[in-house]
Design a protein around this ligand. Structure first.
Ligand code: SF4
Length: 341
């Protein structure tokens, strides 16, 4: 898969003189990408497109380099203590994407250039929890590897965490361009996770991300580079033939990284869920989507802030949990299933 390339890049003025800002300007120069200015991502004007669909597509090809203003980190359970953002939104266009309900009609890919301030904040959060370690998730608001070839921010962040005895970083990705991360001093402080899924889910619902084979090959490279490794199987969808396809997935994963099976590989299992708001947006954006979102077939569950989400009925979810957990335990006896949700 070709790496994502924006069609236009907007800079907030303060971002231009930062290390990330300079890297992005260099990238634009080398690739003939127009550079524009904006005071804030809310003020971006002039995105082309005759209708909403075209405007959405053009926004997905727009990069904004700005400063992260709010430096208060949200809690991030169950995967970490806190989450912070190197970027917001994502070059990918997965039909089930969890970002739909937060990105509105203008899903510009936004990257943050004030890394020093973000790192200072991380260090302060760690200090507050000493002598215990603090775990941070860096991929809750987008997939940072999707823009790494433009910003280099993830590499810098992994190096920063490499110097923090009590700071642990967790990243998750559907991309495979890991080469720039292989030779850096991560000091085992970054757990690098790959989001993987059955062939049916990847083929029908994941677009503009790396294919499964590339992700698995990238996982093999990261394992060889000594990174603690993890896999997120999400969203688990109980499609026709799901048992066979998830079995093939775990078999293939074992085939690719089995040589590392004595190391401590983590697994996170997340069943498909949706809110009515997300369902409406997805149906508007992907009118022919095969994504099953019939509330009648699901169980209502109250989430954070009183929001209702729809998950699989208890017996179906339990069956998926047991079946996939057994597959993992069989092939990865040293692996650790962290949760099924
Ligand atoms: S890769 Fe992740 S963040 Fe990006 S579109 Fe797909 S689901 Fe959303």
């Amino acid at each position: 898969m070709d790496l994502w390339q924006p069609h236009r890049v907007y800079f907030e003025p303060a971002a231009k003189d930062t290390t990330v800002g300079k890297r992005v300007q260099q990238y634009c120069k080398e690739n003939n990408i127009p550079i524009l200015e904006t005071t804030s991502h809310n003020q971006v004007r002039g995105i082309p497109g005759e209708d909403e669909k075209a405007k959405y597509a053009a926004a997905k090809k727009t990069l904004i380099v700005g400063m992260k203003r709010s430096l208060k980190f949200d809690v991030c359970r169950p995967s970490a203590d806190y989450q912070f953002s190197l970027m917001t939104n994502c070059p990918g266009t997965c039909e089930y994407c969890y970002l739909f309900t937060t990105q509105g009609k203008k899903p510009y890919v936004r990257v943050y250039a004030n890394l020093d301030e973000i790192y200072d904040t991380i260090d302060k959060y760690i200090e507050k929890k000493l002598p215990h370690a603090t775990v941070f998730e860096a991929a809750s608001t987008g997939d940072p590897l999707g823009v790494e070839h433009i910003t280099g921010s993830l590499r810098d962040t992994i190096i920063h965490f490499g110097e923090l005895p009590k700071g642990k970083l967790r990243v998750v990705t559907k991309y495979s361009n890991v080469d720039s991360l292989l030779d850096i001093p991560h000091n085992n402080n970054t757990r690098f996770r790959f989001s993987i899924n059955s062939n049916y889910v990847i083929k029908n619902f994941e677009h503009n991300v790396s294919n499964l084979w590339d992700r698995l090959r990238a996982a093999g490279k990261m394992a060889k580079a000594g990174y603690p490794l993890g896999f997120i199987i999400a969203p688990i969808i109980l499609h026709e033939n799901w048992k066979q396809e998830y079995k093939e997935l775990i078999d293939e994963l074992h085939h690719q990284i089995g040589f590392e099976e004595k190391s401590f590989v983590t697994f996170e299992l997340i069943q498909h869920r949706f809110t009515m708001n997300a369902k409406n947006i997805i149906e508007e954006r992907y009118p022919n989507s095969k994504l099953e979102m019939d509330p009648e077939k699901r169980l209502k569950k109250w989430g954070k802030y009183g929001k209702v989400k729809y998950v699989y009925p208890k017996d179906e979810a339990q069956e998926a949990k047991e079946y996939i957990s057994n597959l993992i335990q069989e092939k990865f006896p040293h692996g650790h299933i962290q949760y099924f949700t």
